[in-house]
Design a protein around this ligand. Structure first.
Ligand code: HEM
Length: 382
């Protein structure tokens, strides 16, 4: 993939892939331009997907798939309930959850990072944020896994069969979320869903379907990507052993290291858009109504933007990577993802004097997600 990106950035930075029916964009400046112009590069793909009630309902509150002005309404409302202060207050709870998960493996000389920490940590945090009962949490992992199953990625736009299969999972998620929202309307608590139910901007509130879509988005967007990032941190530490030593010696370097892992192993490789008009990108004219894949993972290695882009440098500054997006859709969960991963890595480095990747690593085979879905580790305890 990286060799392909390098070749394409050089020779065909904007290229038409007739077989896949998409246009690829590879350079940092062009990717940024695509993401910065939602009027020309839309996030609404409903015209490409077969209509399906459950999918439509799921998408109604999914701000990732909305353009202005609906996007602004949803984002303003959910931002009110999902502020940096709300996220910062979660830190002590994230510490406790990470400790509990690692305590369960105390003294073990091996663990499987995804099942034991990287997946349950973000799922538990999001579920707590949403006020969802602990016993229901295993379902989320299952839902998330089915929606990003490899077959969903043979094409970036789901075909009829795939849409039907997704609809089955979405129906289950929609019903569950609706029930949860109704309970919260009847008896509000301190959780995010209660806040979303009450949130109001310019006299506008979110309806149940919009909240369902947002909850679904959080469960998916906040889970797989954060899990992938945590596995990517460990894979980078394995590849660059002196970095682990540097981080133990100077933990204040950890936030910079996490940004560099985000750049170096981009968890979500492309962002997808649809052209609303004919548009010039670089030297190419992209017709109206086409799918554009803006490759964040390629932009992050663009030698026009980064000095020594293939060098892993935890002190890189500035580090204008695009792994969390850019423009109006910039990742709403970025502070949470950074916080969770920082706490998890601090705990791992604090507890273990050494870790090494063991046999049996499995990488995501879904196009678009970069990270491990199984990461066995040998541990040495401090
Ligand atoms: C949007 C990446 C974690 C919630 C995005 C986008 C990217 C991204 C690239 C923009 C996509 C686009 O423009 O097409 C990531 C990565 C994460 C992460 C790499 C982890 C390392 C999270 C978490 C949450 C979250 C933890 C919430 C709990 C969202 C939401 C949006 C979004 C709601 C849509 C924002 C909008 O459309 O206005 N994320 N994300 N993400 N992310 Fe994240």
């Amino acid at each position: 993939m990286l060799a392909w990106f390098r070749r394409m950035r050089e020779s065909e930075p904007v290229s038409h892939d007739e077989e896949a029916g998409v246009w690829h964009v590879f350079r940092h400046a062009d990717v940024e331009r695509v993401l910065a112009d939602p009027g020309t590069f839309s996030s609404d793909f409903s015209s490409f997907m077969p209509a399906q009630e459950d999918v439509d309902r799921f998408i109604k509150g999914n701000l990732l798939r909305k353009d202005p002005p609906q996007h602004r309404k949803l984002r303003t409302l959910v931002s009110k309930a999902f502020t940096p202060a709300v996220v910062a207050r979660l830190a002590p709870r994230i510490e406790v959850i990470a400790d509990q998960l690692l305590d369960a493996k105390a003294g073990a000389d091996q663990l499987e990072l995804v099942a034991d920490l990287a997946s349950p940590l973000p799922v538990t945090v999001i579920a707590e944020l949403l006020g969802i009962p602990a016993e229901d949490r295993p379902m989320f992992g299952r839902w998330a896994d089915s929606l990003v199953a490899p077959e969903s990625q043979t094409s970036f736009i789901p075909n009829e069969d795939r849409t039907k299969a997704m609809a089955v999972v979405m129906r289950e998620m929609n019903a569950y979320c609706l029930e949860h929202i109704r309970r919260r309307r009847a008896a509000p608590g301190q959780d995010l869903v209660s806040k979303l139910v009450a949130a109001e901007v310019d006299g506008q509130r979110l309806d149940d379907d919009e909240i369902v879509g947002f909850v679904g988005l959080l469960l998916l967007a906040g889970h797989i990507t954060t899990t992938a990032l945590l596995t990517n941190v460990v894979l980078c530490l394995e590849e660059f052993p002196d970095v682990a030593a540097a981080l133990r010696a100077d933990p204040s370097a950890l936030p910079g290291a996490i940004e560099e892992v985000l750049r170096f192993r981009t968890p979500l490789a492309p962002s997808m858009r649809r052209t609303t008009r004919e548009v010039q990108v670089g030297e190419h004219t992209v017709p109206a109504g086409r799918i554009v894949l803006a490759w964040l993972a390629s932009a992050n290695r663009d030698e026009r933007q980064f000095t020594a882009p293939d060098t892993f440098d935890i002190r890189r500054a500035p580090n204008p990577h695009l792994s969390l997006g850019h423009g109006i859709h910039f990742c709403l969960g970025a502070p949470l993802a950074r916080l969770e991963v920082r706490i998890a890595v601090e705990k791992m480095l604090g507890r273990w004097s050494g870790m090494a990747v063991a046999d049996g690593v499995e990488y995501h085979d879904a196009r678009g997600i970069v990270g491990a879905k199984k990461l066995p580790l040998h541990l040495r305890w401090a």
